[in-house]
Design a protein. Sequence first.
Length: 317
Amino acid sequence: MRGFRFQASLGFELEEETFDAMKECAPLLEKISVERTFIEFDKLLISPYWRQGLEAMLASGAYHYLPEMKDRKEAIERLFDIELEYTFSTSEQAWAALVLALEIQDIPKFFKKWKTSREFAKTVEQIVEILKLREKGSLDKRACYKYEKRLLLVAEELREAYALSVDYLAIERVYDSLTIHDKHEVVVNGGMLIKEYGFQPGPALGDILTKIEYAIVDGELLQAHQPGVSDLQAGLLLHFPLYRIQEGLVFFHMAPRQGIAVPVGLHPVLQQNFVAVLQQAHHGQLYIFRSAHCLSPILRQNAAAPGAPHPAAQISF
């Protein structure tokens, strides 16, 4: 394996007697630790003359003694469909191409046989997932949120190596348009809902948090921060087409209003906050308030006002 790796690195031709000896000794690879074999094969794949080294390995029959590659010569040769001068930019990219060539269905199991780290296996699996998503079209916000930017671009590079259409700028544009890149950036978390509103830990709470997270990602929900007002008081600015009330969280649709009717009976801080967010309102936005009690006077006053978007009768507490 080291001989094939050196050939892939330096681009020389193996001397005939040397190659015959390597071919004869190929079965002894079964006695070598998989970890050592992986290191040599990995370096082969990311070398500038990887085609040359891989062709020699296939000709020697050494691949028969590598995990999940016995009698898979034709599948491995699919790597040669990649553009002639292409060099893999990362190990994970190279192994993603190999996994696709071998049509591996259970990627974690495959890498378990190679005894790689879980992190390495996961990264390769994510690149494969991105490539399969790209087969269906452009990547949307959720896809760009799910994966690291570098992996999105590594996958796109591999598409280019296969002479498929690419759009790096579109990926950059969608990724850069995300308002969050990690769920920890969401101002609302499980701890807040449990402490302030008595939510119970469990799948239902997780489902609510996930819906909020992806609403932010999709651009339907914007996190609003008001000076001097806590996250819980400020709430979240939403863009759902209709209000909804779910598990104690009140989502209230507001159409633009010429005048601002200050709700009565509110705590001064909440009253000030309501005026502030209403001043910023534009058609189709929603606001999330944490307390039905706080919303009741707002709804009563708006219901009586001319052109109120949603009468109080439509919302129950």
